[in-house]
Design a protein around this ligand. Structure first.
Ligand SMILES: Nc1nc2c(ncn2[C@@H]2O[C@H](COP(=O)(O)OP(=O)(O)OP(=O)(O)O)[C@@H](O)[C@H]2O)c(=O)[nH]1
Ligand SMILES: [Mg+2]
Length: 325
């Protein structure tokens, strides 16, 4: 292993020294500015990466800002979160970000305390509504809550069969209702104290008729509308969707496909714009284990862990500069 350091008045000249001395296979381990000079630590041996001196501790607020930027959290929200994190003055970015998230994003799970009203899952086509219904029912079953499932999706081919597959496995009664009056009758079938979940057809929120018919269904049985939204969406679009569904009556949000997305700015934007509390989170396609109650601590962990660290970002830069040379 041959670790070498190179100093020059500019980064370009320092890089030229590295190339001249160690050739094109040099691995850049660290770059830093020391006063007016630029210092590069490089090695020839790839094993030297293991001996890389630790980077100076990163400022917690810088780590938070970097993670929020990676997740494309909209700049105004990112600034508010960073400011709130700064007020907590914690050394640890995870704890500081969790504290800021806790202040802004209330968590109100559906399966912690049995809801007193029917729950109506709404959202874009394919958001994960039917799978979420089954996951919630599976959790309710573990808690020994009596439950019934109703689908208002009488449009999509196979929708009734999909729900039937889940409810049969869970041994839960299932009904279909295509209009408010039928929905009222179906809800009336539920034994007192049941956990009633209503599935709906994928909605086009840009069509005011679609949103209005969801509102009518919800009003007919005094159901609480819960928005189901897949993670990874554009934050601007997701924010607007959160607001539109909130205006139609949604008060909580279940983000799905957390496992299949790398960036969570979209779901934060939806919750923020619609003032929606987080209910459960969809974390895998599995019905038995694919939903969980997630608090600010875990959201902070997701935000910080999936964003590349400074060291990883430096690695990427090194790779890019290696390709170019
Ligand atoms: N990886 C992953 N997949 C999920 C999750 N939740 C749902 N899915 C998958 O997303 C796909 C769509 O789920 P559905 O429940 O059918 O979606 P929907 O909103 O009911 O769809 P429509 O009824 O067509 O509007 C299915 O393949 C689900 O297995 C999740 O948390 N993670
Ligand atoms: Mg469905």
């Amino acid at each position: 292993m041959r670790l070498r350091t190179f100093n020059a008045p500019s980064m370009k000249e320092a890089m030229a020294l590295v190339k001249a001395e160690l050739g094109p296979d040099a691995v850049i381990l660290n770059t830093e500015q020391v006063g007016q000079a630029f210092k590069i630590t490089a090695a020839l041996d790839r094993d030297a990466i293991l001996a890389q001196p630790p980077l100076p501790a990163q400022d917690p607020l810088e780590a938070i800002a970097q993670a929020l930027d990676f997740h494309r959290v909209n700049p105004a929200l990112a600034e508010r979160l960073t400011q709130q994190a700064a007020q907590v003055l914690l050394e640890n970015p995870h704890q500081a970000l969790a504290a800021a998230l806790r202040l802004r994003f209330p968590v109100q799970p559906l399966t912690e305390k049995q809801p007193t009203r029917p729950i109506m899952l709404v959202g874009l086509p394919g958001a994960g509504k039917t799978a979420t219904l089954a996951k919630l029912m599976a959790r309710a079953k573990l808690r020994k809550w009596p439950g019934i499932a109703i689908t208002c999706d009488v449009v999509k081919a196979g929708a009734i069969e999909q729900l039937g597959t889940y409810t049969k496995a869970l041994q839960i009664p299932a009904y279909r209702a295509g209009d408010p009056a039928t929905l009222q009758r179906a809800v009336a079938h539920a034994p007192a104290g049941s956990f009633v979940i209503i599935d709906t057809v994928g909605c086009n929120p840009l069509d005011t008729g679609d949103l209005a018919s969801l509102s009518r269904l919800a009003e007919a049985v005094k159901a609480e509308m819960v928005l189901v939204m897949a993670a990874g969406g554009c934050p601007v679009e997701s924010g607007e969707l959160g607001q539109l569904f909130a205006e139609a009556g949604a008060s909580r949000l279940i983000p799905t496909r957390i496992d299949a997305a790398r960036r969570y700015g979209g779901i934060l934007a939806a919750a923020e714009a619609g003032r929606l509390s987080f209910a459960e989170f969809g974390i895998s396609p599995e019905i038995a284990t694919g939903i969980d109650i997630v608090g600010a601590d875990r959201i902070a962990q997701w935000l910080l862990e999936t964003a590349p660290s400074r060291a990883q970002a430096a690695d990427m830069l090194r790779l890019v500069s290696g390709t170019r040379s």
